[in-house]
Design a binder for this molecule. Structure first.
Ligand SMILES: [Zn+2]
Length: 300
């Protein structure tokens, strides 16, 4: 037996080490303002106009004493750099993974390091506009700003995803077909058939007057599929249409699409289409096969 090893008797224990440190005159004012007023303060160099956040007493450019030139800043800023923290350490304020970013508060020239939440890691980018979210409970530290969150409106509001769609959901678009619409459509399609453009010729047809091109009322289903149901991001795969009655100039056409079937293996939907006029008469009927927009990535 190794007696030296036997003598080595280890007792596990813990030492609590409460401590205090002075944040300094400048740091104190910064932290007290965060805690009591939820306001972000900076110090400005009158000579260089540079605004420092967190505040520092000497301008790093001209070495002027700027300790009294307090300025109040907004609680918004822009991300100038970031990293994703993936390792775990006991001192971290939140559980990894999280985004640690350099945020330049609007009106300041120096960034502060802080946490950004509310955006998927994959979507994080420099240039992101953010807004401070203040902590509900003060800790009298920089964590009185709990985190920053994106302060930008989504650029596009995508339509219903496959999972959000249900059989029976419907949407419509209504428009009055004017003579101008018919002339414009003739120009777009190249269809200058006199039954659409020449009243005297049209009198000799079974309709007795000019009628709109069939594809004109039919096209009113496009805003339904692409902008309402399923909505933005939809890809139309097939549209069928059987014309039942003519559309006269001045008729108000309502195009309606209704979800009739969900095709699980493809994640496509089939829709029943109908076009009616102001009298409730069916102008056309048909169906559509569409691919709804893919879901947006989940927020953190
Ligand atoms: Zn300066």
């Amino acid at each position: 037996m190794d007696s030296a090893k036997e003598d080595c008797f280890i007792v596990e224990g813990k030492l609590a080490l409460p401590y205090q440190y002075f944040a300094g005159r400048t740091g104190s004012r910064f932290l007290i303002s965060l805690r009591d007023k939820k306001k972000i303060l900076g110090l400005q160099c009158k000579k260089c106009n540079k605004v420092y956040v967190p505040p520092r007493t000497v301008c790093e450019h001209c070495f002027s004493n700027i300790s009294e030139n307090w300025v109040e800043l907004k609680n918004t800023g822009i991300v100038t750099g970031f990293t994703v923290i993936r390792y775990e350490e006991p001192h971290q304020p939140v559980k990894p993974p999280y985004i640690l970013a350099l945020v330049k508060i609007d009106g300041s020239d120096t960034p502060i390091a802080h946490i950004v939440k509310g955006i998927p890691l994959s979507k994080m980018r420099t240039g992101l506009k953010v807004k401070a979210v203040f902590a509900k409970k003060s800790t009298s530290t920089i964590m009185d700003i709990d985190h920053f969150r994106p302060d930008e409106k989504p650029r596009f509001e995508l339509g219903f995803t496959y999972d959000e769609l249900e059989v029976g959901m419907s949407a419509s678009f209504t428009k009055t077909i004017s003579e101008t619409d018919v002339y414009l459509f003739a120009g777009i399609s190249g269809d200058f058939n006199p039954m659409h453009l020449n009243e005297e010729f049209a009198k000799t047809t079974p309709f007795g007057t000019r009628i709109a091109h069939g594809a004109l009322p039919q096209s009113l289903i496009a805003p339904v599929l692409g902008m309402k149901l399923p909505g933005l991001g939809t890809v139309a795969l097939e549209i069928t249409c059987r014309f039942k009655a003519p559309t006269y100039f001045g008729d108000t056409i309502t195009a309606t699409g209704e979800i009739s079937e969900k095709i699980e293996n493809k994640r496509w939907v089939r829709m029943t289409l109908s076009w009616t006029n102001q009298k409730g008469e069916i102008v056309a009927e048909g169906s559509a096969l569409v691919m709804p927009p893919a879901p947006m990535p989940k927020e953190m």
